[in-house]
Design a protein around this ligand. Structure first.
Ligand code: ZN
Length: 135
């Protein structure tokens, strides 16, 4: 598999509105827009940083994965996303290497990207996302 770069860092927050200022006013990043992914019960907001992005994640429901994460661990870095050339091939390769996957097949995430998560048990506690974008 070919990992091209760190695509984004996913950061769980209680409120995008309340946390946005740090990224824009304090660090001077630009806000590239927010999007709700109903299926994942999450609203995401992107702030480009050079070749990568910061992704803030806010839960849209008390039983969503981000709500559960916040309950357990509080706000902070929730996942790291690597951009790969071919996500299907990457997942096949990882499966063959015995890596436990959350998503055996890619699904569609924010911005229309194909995404899949690896199981944190297979990565020593780090939630790793693979993503493939056409742009
Ligand atoms: Zn992500």
């Amino acid at each position: 598999m070919k990992v091209l770069k760190i695509d984004h860092l996913g950061i769980a927050v209680s409120s995008i509105d309340e946390r946005k200022n740090f990224w824009t006013e304090t660090l001077g990043l630009s806000f590239a827009g927010a999007e709700t992914v109903q299926e994942q019960k999450v609203t995401t907001a992107f702030f480009p940083v050079g070749e990568s992005e910061i992704e803030l994640l806010e839960s849209t429901a008390p039983d969503g994965p981000i709500a559960k994460y916040l309950e357990k661990r509080g706000e902070g870095i929730q996942h790291v996303a690597f951009r790969v050339e071919n996500i299907e091939a990457a997942l096949e390769e990882l499966k063959a290497k015995g890596i436990k996957l959350i998503d055996e097949k890619p699904r569609i995430g924010a911005g229309g990207a194909k995404i899949a998560f690896l199981h944190p048990k297979a990565t020593n506690g780090i939630l790793v996302e693979l993503c493939q974008r056409d742009n």
